[in-house]
Design a binder for this molecule. Sequence first.
Ligand code: SF4
Length: 587
Amino acid sequence: MGGDIGRVIPRETVRAAWAANPSGTPAMWIRDRLAGVFSEKDFTGWYPADGRRGLSPVTLALVSVLQFAENLTDRQAALAVRCRIDWKYCLGLELTDPGFDHSVLSEFRDRMAQDDRADRLLAVMVQRLVEAGLIKQRGRIRTDSTHVLAAVRKLNRVELVGETLRVALEELAAADEDWLATVMTPEWAGRYARPVRYDRLPRGKDELAVHVLQIGRDGMRVLEAVHAVGVRQRLRDLPGVQVLRQVWVQQYWTDQHGDLAWRAAKSSRDRQSRHGRPRRSSSADGEEQADTIAARVPWSGVEIVSPHDPEARYCRKEGKSTTKAEWVGYRDHQSETCEEGVPNVIVHVVTRPAPVQDIDAVEDIHAGLTACGLIPDEHLVDTGYLTPDLIHHTAQRWGIALIGPVRADPRGRPGFTKEDFHVNWEDHTVTCPRGVTSPPWKPTLGDGKPRLSVLFPRAACRACPDRAACTGDANGKGRHLTLLPEPLQKIQTLNRADQQSQPWKARYALRAGCEATVSETTRAHGLRNCRYKGLAKTHVQHVLTAAGTNIIRLADCYTPGIVPDRPPRPVSQLQRLCRRLSAQTPQ
Ligand code: SF4
């Protein structure tokens, strides 16, 4: 097997494929309807121009998409190329073609993980679907995210430092065993010869503290040795040594006496803050608290949690059930079309470390949709993806209407909300429901962004019968409001009013379909668990999963019956009895 994908399907393959599959299969549908989706020119620059001709990248891309459509391993996919008639039909192979070794699929994904090749491949597929009239170019798109578990074991902090040092030692031993023998001492064999696991750690708090510092000193010895004058740069550049250096910075610090010390764990208050980023104190003892924060491990966005996948991150999502509340890994954002009467197609995928919030992916999603020539008129998202700032920015920069519920008033108690006040933008004043007009507002900052601070006169509020409900302050302080700049405040007010109306709810109801897509990609295509390590290869998995999902959906929609229906759920003996008894019951 070699060269380009078969331009003409061998006659015997056609005859056998249709004889065995009279309704066709998704693999046969791609070949017939989309002419195999990809072409050689889509892979220009992926391979060096000279050298021996290898397998066609078109073939490997198609096999990869079919593999993820059916959630197969590399070995199963290579076996399918060798044994399945419909796959041979799709690839244009003779029935006698022996296929290829499964390892080439892994090499192909390595190439695909470089730069933005994975995104370009999905963009090519989307472009073919547009050309085939299966997607509208300007329409509606909806986006949702889901958590993805890294392909590594969750480690506690002691396991993390021990395992990080062991991985670095493994790499150094492979690179220069004789040099490493001059650094290690015989006791290290007991500590690092086997994978570090919690059940092999010393028992007791004091013993564990001593052990942690011993690991720290061992790690420092390795780092000082590799950075010594005369040691080859190659040893310093080993990935395991680089991770060792970063983990030691994050987990240890040098105290005021110059001794190596173990950083304190994040406080529960830090974990509750957005992204797990430590909060800074504004109290009088702020200096002391800042020191304490410096001695803690860093926020989750940068903290390495496993040396086996240094890009995976810890995240905790508040308000979710305990099984979903915390995970180590990534976050996948899927954007799909949602036009009525045609199948929904996943057109863009963004993969980010787990703690990166949904709102931080919006700009990348719009840039990606623009790059593949699919700018929607409307983009339906949930609250996590939008703020008044972003709605305004998206309309101005991309010409897209970002639709979703903005956050409700954060007061969380009865009383007048911001929307009950009348804002006079010319006079820079606000009038409350009781008819009191505030003095002109003052510019201020909120989260580093411009805001307007409005304070009603204390005397007027003290005399007001609605004071307790309005100000929430029995001591008689005046009501305080924080407004956004004019265009943003108008967007927020309008959105909060709109999102209570039935027409808005009916328009927004389409977004709920995202949950079904998340369920489909995680349950049928294995998206929930990373197959590979590292952000780039995880993203390749997500792109191929999206492409595979699209193929199954389109084939099922345009050739009903091509995807086998699930067998009906079996009825139990008891259910049969219940049905018989209900049928006998007089109405
Ligand atoms: S408490 Fe002050 S701001 Fe609120 S309604 Fe009364 S007068 Fe107006």
